[in-house]
Design a protein around this ligand. Structure first.
Ligand SMILES: Cc1ncc(COP(=O)(O)O)c(C=O)c1O
Length: 471
């Protein structure tokens, strides 16, 4: 058997052991240091410099996972992981990934695996229902709009920039194009613009207000000024739930300005979009009915094992026009009829995996009620932490707490240096992981509650750690 293809029987036996290993990892991850103290090269030095010449039994890899890999991980699935935005995994998400890999289909065209495309279309329509998004985002609505799964919010953004770019200058001069996003927008906006052929200064950074939300008047002025100077405003991103502080741009106002200026309006709700599973938090989708595109990442907060990002378009044609190239080897009867969706035209790569199995299993496992219950609990825990900060005059908020995110800093003497030291102490302890950030030019500590197994006990332990380390 060595060095040969694994038989289905061996796969079955070994697969049980590997799944068992993952289950055991989840059972013990809470006991591990969230971020181990390692230096660059530590992990690589434990691996042979050259690949094996002959095959070996893969049972031995499990020991290496324990000895080489696990000590070198930042444990994103640790219940005391409060850093960045989460990438909360789940049993159904992982099982779906296994099935997707096992099926090994490439759903680039409808015809290359119809189930891959059709399950995805239905899942995107399910998400519309789950989040209360506008009906015209459904594939089942009138066929003009619809949603697609991407690997990441960065890809979702890039696709919309390319669609908008193509709408104004199909194949033409890009130098006059101008894009807009707030000074709090994610770095993937500028990166997307770069990939689409724009220079960084072609993305205008629009100032934000005291709550870090885009100032729509400043956007209108910037668009006007650019037009007068002979530039071509073409794309704007409104952020719903900014990375640093969960700020929410006024989407309706921004969309109105964009519509008047014929600028594509995209919403990046990468993290905050998930909150819409709770009826009372549906304000995060405000304005979705008047924008050109809207995206969020179920892989952040909806237990949909990384990676999985949803992108909806009010009208898919500009994107398909921009990305569709049909050499002979991709042509087929189904495409020719015009009656099917070929998702290869809705994304940058040609090939695509059966990613839709993940949201399918996740939604079937939790149901809309289960997802809402968990998200609501994370928001409650975020508020609990915010209340502790409010009641303790050693601390102050660095931004208004929102949803499951709290940003704060120390008060008193030399607060900036002590805030940075506090973040280092928390992270150095291995007991929890938070993100040091900068807000208003000053250091702040940013805590996001959203890992699958985080409970009130972990938030209380974090608060004890914060207060003990602050003394
Ligand atoms: C607001 C926002 N947009 C976009 C992104 C990029 O996400 P991705 O890693 O899916 O490209 C992030 C990442 O955290 C984010 O916070």
């Amino acid at each position: 058997m060595q060095g040969d293809h694994m038989t289905p029987d061996d796969f079955r036996r070994l697969g049980h052991e590997y799944v068992d290993w993952v289950a055991s990892y989840w059972e013990r991850v809470g006991e591990l240091p969230v971020q181990p103290p390692i230096v660059p090269g530590d992990v690589a030095s434990k691996l042979p410099a050259v690949p094996p010449t002959t095959g070996e039994a893969l049972e031995g890899v499990l020991a290496d996972l324990d000895d080489v890999v696990v000590p070198g991980l930042t444990h994103w699935q640790h219940p005391s992981f409060f850093a960045f935005f989460p990438a909360n995994t789940s049993g159904p998400g992982v099982l779906a990934d296994i099935i997707s890999s096992g099926l090994g289909v490439n759903g680039m065209n409808w015809s290359t695996s119809p189930a891959c495309t059709e399950v995805e279309m239905v899942m995107l329509d399910w998400f519309v229902e789950l989040l209360g998004l506008p009906d015209h985002f459904r594939h089942a609505h009138d066929g003009r709009g619809g949603g697609v799964l991407q690997d990441s919010a960065s890809s979702s953004t890039l696709c919309t920039i390319i669609a908008a770019r193509n709408r104004v200058t199909p194949g033409g001069d890009l130098s006059k194009l101008r894009a807009y996003a707030s000074d709090q927008a994610h770095s993937s906006i500028v990166k997307g613009a770069r990939v689409a052929g724009l220079a960084d200064d072609q993305v205008r950074s629009i100032p934000t207000d005291a709550a870090f939300a885009m100032d729509p008047a400043a956007l209108a002025e910037a668009i006007d000024a650019d037009r007068r100077a002979g530039f071509v405003p073409f794309w704007c991103c409104a952020t719903v739930g900014s990375t640093s502080s969960m700020a929410v741009d006024p989407v309706v106002d921004i969309a109105g300005i964009c519509a008047e200026a014929q600028v594509w309006c995209h919403v990046d709700a990468a993290m905050a979009g998930s909150a819409a599973v709770c009826e009372e938090l549906r304000w995060v989708t405000e304005g979705a009915d008047v924008v050109d595109s809207w995206s969020f990442n179920p892989h952040k907060w909806l237990f949909t094992t990384f990676d999985c990002s949803c992108l909806w378009l009010a009208d898919s044609r500009p994107l398909v026009d921009a990305l569709s190239i049909s050499p002979a080897y991709l042509r087929n009867d189904a495409t020719e009829t015009g009656g099917v969706v070929d998702f290869r035209d809705w994304q940058i790569p040609l090939g695509r995996r059966f990613r839709a199995l993940k949201p399918w299993l996740v939604m079937r496992h939790y149901g809309a009620e289960g997802l809402a219950r968990h998200v609501r609990e994370h928001v409650r825990l975020g508020r609990l932490l915010a209340d502790r900060i409010l009641d303790d005059d050693r601390f102050e908020f660095a931004a208004p707490p929102a949803l499951n995110l709290v940003c704060f800093r120390l008060t008193g003497e030399d607060p900036d240096a002590r805030t940075s030291a506090l973040a280092e102490a928390i992270n150095g302890s291995g007991q929890a992981l938070v993100t040091p950030t900068v807000l208003d030019g000053r250091p702040a500590i940013r805590i996001c509650v959203g890992q699958t197994w985080t409970t009130e006990r972990h938030v209380e332990a974090l608060w004890d750690l914060v207060t003990a380390s602050a003394d």
